[in-house]
Each structure stands twice: as structure tokens, then as C-alpha cells.
Design a protein around this ligand. Sequence first.
Ligand code: IPE
Ligand code: IPE
Ligand code: MG
Length: 250
Amino acid sequence: MSKKLQSINLNNVPNHIAIIMDGNGRWAKKQGMKRVFGHRNALTAVREAVAAASEIGSKFITLYAFSTENWNRPKLEVDALMSLLVSSLKKEVPDFHKNGIKVNSIGAIEKLPKKARNVLTQVINETSHNSKITLTFALSYGSREEIVNAIKNISKKVVNKEIDIKNIDEKIINNHLYTFNLPDVDLMIRTSGEQRISNFLLWQMAYAELYFTEVLWPDFRKEHLFDAIIDYQNRERRFGKTSEQIDTNA
Ligand code: IPE
Ligand code: IPE
Ligand code: MG
């Protein structure tokens, strides 16, 4: 067992970890390669992050794989990312089963190319009975778009008298987000040194602990996730209360 893993308190792990997997392009450029080379070398990091989260007992891990804004990248790169998505998902199915990984997705999936959409739906269905950890891919995901859609859907229900305005609360809004079946994020990790949220899970991260590392995504390994967990465990999550209240459980 790794030394880092041993220093983790398994009774205080984040239930839901979200990761902004950033830095593939820079990782490739550093070696004089094209950006796509970085994306092609990102799969090991994905495997390691999910395995590490599962090892410590986290039940949910959500990976930002493609944002609404990423559609604005050069077509060649977008196409490469989409075909990598298809080939990686197909390749990982035996591993998903072996490790009890239930695959899920959030985002405007209908905007993905048909092939990617079909493979994704198939993998989600095939792994729906796995229960060790839920692995959610954020694809064509944008938090603002998600909130806009939720408002539209709630408004429709108000017009149809299915929802009374005075009953609209956080729970109803939650239920209309892509993440309706996921708990709030406890820990958000972003790689590559950028310290921003980039339109990821704005509502769901309201009280998440944020952790930034310089490691570029293709270099990310279990040890890096354990570092983030150790950092997380040294923080006090007060949720608006005072430190004294947290100490005395009041
Ligand atoms: C993250 O790496 C992957 C995606 C956004 C799809 P980037 O491609 O953003 O890599 P950098 O930030 O340019 O290095
Ligand atoms: C965020 O990374 C999106 C994903 C990791 C999928 P970007 O590299 O697109 O973010 P910005 O635009 O630099 O903030
Ligand atoms: Mg980036």
C-alpha cells in the first residue's frame, strides 16, 4: 500500500470528487508534439484517478471531458476528441465491469456526433448495475446552459400548473439539473495550474473545497489524487458555522 494512501483517514473522504482534466495540449507541446497527442495520452490518468477515488471509498467521481465552449476549438481537434471518446469508452467496458464502475453522463449529449452518443448510451446501459463508484463524464457540458435548461423546464411546468411558483426551492432546481441523481461536489480538483472553474458545476460546487495542482493531466496518477485528499482532510468545512460549533458538533 502506498505511504500516501496510509495517511488518508478513510472515515473522512469526499463522497463526490469532480475533476477539471486540464493541460493535455501543453503536455504535448512540451514534447514538441501536436495537441492531440496530449489527448491520446490522457487515458491512463483517467484510469488512475477513478481507481484512486474508488480505493479510498469515494462513491462519485465526475470528470470534465468536453465543455460547451470546447466546441469552438479547431474542427480537427474536436473530431479527434470525439473519436477518442468512442474508442476509449469501448476499450474500457471490461474494466468498468471488473471494478464496479457505473458510467453516467451530464451535458448536452444530443449535440455529440451520433456515434459517440450511441456508444455512450450503450456503455451507460451496460454498466447501470455496477455499484462501487459512479463515474460521470461531463460532455458538451456547460453549467450556465444547464441552469438555463432547468429554468425553461421549470417554467413549462409552472405554466402547465404542475409546479406552483411558491413551491420552487433548491430541491426543485436540483431535480431539474443534469446532476439530479448526483450529490453535491465535496472536492474539486483542477490540473495544469489554471485556477478557474470554466463553467463547470457552478451550482453543485457551491460548498466544494477547491484544489489546484500544477500537474498536467496526462501526468496525473493515484498519488496526485491522494495528495488532494490529504489536503482536503486538513481543511475545516464549516458550511457557514463557526469553528467552535464544528468542534462541539453543535
Ligand atoms: C484538457 O486539456 C482537455 C480538454 C479541454 C478537452 P487542454 O486541451 O485544455 O490542454 P491545454 O489547457 O491547452 O494545455
Ligand atoms: C475546461 O478546460 C474544460 C475541460 C477540461 C473539458 P479548458 O482548457 O477548455 O478551459 P479554459 O478555457 O482554459 O478555461
Ligand atoms: Mg485547457
